[in-house]
Write a protein that binds this ligand. Sequence first.
Ligand SMILES: [Zn+2]
Length: 466
Amino acid sequence: MEAQETFPRVISVDDRTVEPPHVWRDRLPSRYRDTGPRIVRAPPREMTFLGGRFAPVMGAKGDDGPVGHWWVYEDLHRPLTRLDTAVGYDRDEIRLEVITYEQMRPGSFSVPDRLADMDVNHAQSALCFPTFPRFCGQTFTEASDRGLGLLCVRAYNDWTVEERCGPEARGRLIPLALVPLWDPEPAAAEVRRNAARGVRAFAFSEIPPHLGLPSVHTDHWDPSLRACDETGTVVAMHIGSSSRMPPTSADAPPAVGSAITFANCCFSMVDWLMSGKFERFPNLRIMYAEGQIGWIPYILERADVVWEENRAWGGVADKVTRPPSELFAGHVFGCFFDDAFGLRTSTRSARGTSSTRRTTRTRAPPGRSPRRWGGADGAPGAGRRRADRARQRHRPAGADPGRPLAALGPAPARPGRHPVTSPAQWRRFLMAEREHMRTNSGQVCDPCIRETAMVDTLRDVHERSL
Ligand SMILES: [Zn+2]
């Protein structure tokens, strides 16, 4: 049985959308036409990305250098970059450089083209994080005009629901709302306004204090969390949503931050588990997009030990009444895009409470040793060989890796949906998916590659969003 051909299409929880130029131009009052987000063409004067900080400087007309499209908003100048939408480009071409809309694959911003790309990509549905607003709307949080910021947040959500995830999307694009993080009551109102029209996820920051906002240990977020609790809305946190990657040194190259992007998720999850919020809001659920999963078993073990042994001085005995690993199982979902270690350990963990285990359905079948269950058939290398064969079939006919833009062929013929009958099938599927994503990420996947670990969770979100 071949994994790629016998499993249902993926529901991605971490795609990206590039906002088309009209999102705010068409939806803001006319008096904001000169200060609201708008697109201009310009060359870059400077493009640096050091110590986790992207610092572009927009050039003037006539300056040397390639012309790109830039978002201009108040005094912010933010270019569209190849990193924003690398689809169709070889890994060696994915550099930090300005691009125009014409230089990106249309599926980055056009709904019909995106659906066609998803067909090629074996994806049924996708939840998309924003690009210009950044992962949880930091762009508007940092703006000086808070009234305009709120209008921008609402305009983004209206565009998301009415256009991006509207009838043209045929239910395949899952909406993700922004909220005005700087003001708790309007934020809660925005959660409820969007929940009333079917939105079941909103974007939040991994570590709000990095944005100058209160932590989850305060009551500041309770109105929004109560709204989530009552409406079944998931708190979705993408790596980078605290605007600061885990710091090492100020002159560290981007590769350092890229290798340890999970760290903020790790710190954030411990914050939440020790916050008492899951005790107060029993239906609250949070997720970490692009955070990977291999680190989760260790930190749950450590958090449980701290909760138990340091109870006299840990500061949480009065509000966290259950072990963190137990809270995790009911409230937290991890996601991965490339984590063989996480897949292996998620099947071997001694704990029976991991959401990643449950979500990926990788529990060892009764009577089988998890250790012997290491390969797809228990045979060394069998999973990789199967994944290689599956990958060959998954590649569109005539499309070489890295072939740009519209050169991709039509979607390969695929059988319909098949029942998943065993944990081993899920594991084979996920490992094959991982191989596919590694090989094709420059070809047909969004740079925020579809993540499979939350299949169950997001199917639930998706179905309730329709
Ligand atoms: Zn992502």
